[in-house]
Design a protein around this ligand. Structure first.
Ligand code: UTP
Length: 277
């Protein structure tokens, strides 16, 4: 079955951007004339996903509001002949946006869990708010193409991978890969997963970079994997639990991936993505 639903967990505290994030969600920081989150929603919509669930925390309502229909503003823009601006707004009317709250910031898996009742498909896409992709094919588009090319028995989970610098290893989930897929380029089976290892303990330099396709069973497992790391429920722990019981693949993505989760990374993303403006 094609992927039609995406969860966007954006409920984090954004401590690395304090004190800015006391009043503005880091996902609303601008890159050119768009906030970061619009680039991620565009990535979903361009890949054909129109059913999108934001997981937010209180005070981050500005994120879904950005995408809601604004009939009065639309009418006013039409009256003033502001066609280009109107088109930007109308694009998002084609998607269905849903919002759930994460009351306490207990980890990315806990955030995803808040959307469990909304999922009505066998597999769901997950896009984290910090990573954005630039290139011919976005991260989620590449994962979806691999998912579609797999037989239904082999469709399990697919994680976006990238070769990381040594300095990034201890900040990411790192994978140990096994066999290369016979027909799908850059797709490999995952043998093991380690969250944020020390460089010397890392099984490879391939890290997970903010895009996943996971089956319903991974979401269902989240409540039972909780509290292993300082009370946090993490998606990677559910996937570790499922190793050997469902197919878990990693796809080394092409294109440029930009991490907007730190002030330095955000500055680089602005530089790279606005060079042509
Ligand atoms: P981060 O690890 O970057 O956490 O989360 P953060 O809170 O956003 O930022 P820092 O580390 O405090 O600076 C990665 C993604 O997971 C979401 C975040 O919103 C971000 O998109 N997340 C994280 C949640 O939705 N809830 C959580 O409890 C934790």
């Amino acid at each position: 079955m094609p992927i039609t639903q995406a969860i966007l967990p954006v409920a984090g505290l954004g401590t690395r951007f304090l004190p800015w994030t006391k009043s503005v969600a880091k996902e609303m920081l601008p890159i050119g004339n768009q906030p970061i989150i619009a680039k991620i929603v565009d990535e979903c919509m361009d890949a054909g996903i129109k059913d999108i669930c934001f997981v937010i925390s209180h005070g981050k309502e500005m994120i879904p509001t950005y995408f809601y229909e604004s009939p009065e503003l639309e009418a006013e823009l039409k009256k003033r002949g502001k066609t280009e601006q109107l088109e930007h707004l109308l694009k998002y009317n084609e998607a269905d946006f849903h919002v759930v709250y994460q009351e306490d910031q207990l980890g990315d898996g806990h955030a995803i869990l808040q959307a469990a009742d909304w999922i009505n498909s066998e597999h769901v896409a997950v896009l984290f708010g910090d990573d954005i992709f630039s290139g011919e094919h976005s991260g989620i588009a590449q994962l979806m193409a691999a998912h579609d090319a797999l037989t239904s028995d082999d469709q399990g989970a697919i994680l976006a991978l990238e070769k990381l610098e040594d300095s990034q290893i201890s900040q990411k989930g790192i994978v140990e890969v096994g066999s290369i897929h016979a027909t799908i380029e850059r797709l490999q089976s995952i043998k093991s997963l380690v969250e944020k290892p020390n460089l010397e303990d890392a099984p490879s330099n391939l890290g997970i970079v903010g895009r996943y396709i996971v089956p319903r069973s991974t979401i269902d497992l989240l409540p039972s994997v909780g509290a292993s790391h300082g009370g946090e429920i993490r998606l990677i722990d559910a996937l570790i639990e499922q190793l050997g019981s469902i197919p878990i693949h990693g796809l080394e993505c092409t294109g440029i991936r930009l991490d907007t989760g730190t002030p330095e990374g955000y500055a680089r993303a602005v530089q790279v993505l606005t060079a042509d403006l």
